[in-house]
Structures are given as structure tokens and as C-alpha cells.
Design a protein around this ligand. Structure first.
Ligand code: SF4
Ligand code: SF4
Length: 127
């Protein structure tokens, strides 16, 4: 999976896509909230009030999508301090990739790179 992930992302230009940022937001951990709030010189509680809500799984998520921090050229305005979930998306280089099969099935619908990686994996398994 590591190799398939690297091969695919060598040819993928996320700036031409940004579908993940446009259609689904990340969840924000407490560490993410502290780091990003600090970046904006806000208190964590102010950052939460302004940008986040709690979802049905009790996680902090964005109040709206596309992500507030995505600009018109598909750049992330908080790239250096972005949430861990954004850094790791689409999670196709996870060591225990098989443990996130359900999540991956959701992500292939959002992410063309994840789709290609999974298709390639299926081809290789058949060999
Ligand atoms: S959906 Fe996938 S290919 Fe598109 S920007 Fe996000 S990670 Fe990159
Ligand atoms: S924080 Fe940045 S990388 Fe994450 S969804 Fe928003 S624009 Fe995309």
C-alpha cells in the first residue's frame, strides 16, 4: 500500500482537485484546536464557537463545507497548522490499512487518488 500510495501521489496534483476540502471536513482533535486557535491568536473556546460544531459521533467538525480555510485557488489557508486528519487524508499509507477498510470505501467516493490506489491494489491481488 505504501508503494501504491507513493506512486499515485507522485502523479496527483491535489491543488487541481481539493475535493476532500470541498465535500467533507476533517475532525478536529483537542491538539488541532489548540494549535489552530493559537495560529489565529484566539482562545480554543473562541475558535470552537466561530468555526466548529459537535457531530453525531461527538467529534468536533467544521460548521460548514467547503472548508472555511480553503481559498479560491484550492490552497489551504492554515496549511502549516492544519488538522492531523487533513495531513493524513486519504489514509492510504496507513501501516494497518486493512483496519480502515470501511473508511477507505467512503474515501474512494471522495478522492480520485484513493480510488486509483484501491483499483491498483485490486489488480495486484488478482495477479
Ligand atoms: S480528494 Fe484526494 S486527490 Fe483530491 S485533493 Fe483530496 S487527497 Fe488530493
Ligand atoms: S483545513 Fe485545509 S486541508 Fe483541511 S479541509 Fe480545510 S482547507 Fe482542506
Amino acid at each position: 500500500m505504501q508503494e501504491l500510495h507513493e506512486d499515485e501521489f507522485e502523479k496527483t496534483d491535489c491543488l487541481q482537485c481539493a475535493n476532500c476540502c470541498k465535500t467533507t471536513g476533517p475532525l478536529f482533535t483537542d491538539k488541532d484546536i489548540d494549535r489552530i486557535a493559537k495560529h489565529f491568536r484566539l482562545k480554543p473556546s473562541q475558535f470552537i464557537d466561530q468555526y466548529l460544531r459537535i457531530d453525531e459521533d461527538n467529534d468536533y467538525v467544521l460548521q460548514s463545507v467547503p472548508c472555511t480555510f480553503l481559498d479560491a485557488d484550492n490552497y489551504c489557508a492554515i496549511y502549516d497548522v492544519r488538522p492531523k486528519a487533513c495531513r493524513e487524508f486519504p489514509h492510504t499509507d496507513r501501516k494497518k490499512f486493512q483496519q480502515i477498510a470501511n473508511l477507505t470505501m467512503k474515501n474512494v467516493a471522495i478522492c480520485p487518488a484513493a480510488y486509483n490506489i484501491v483499483e491498483e491494489m485490486k489488480k495486484r491481488i488478482k495477479l
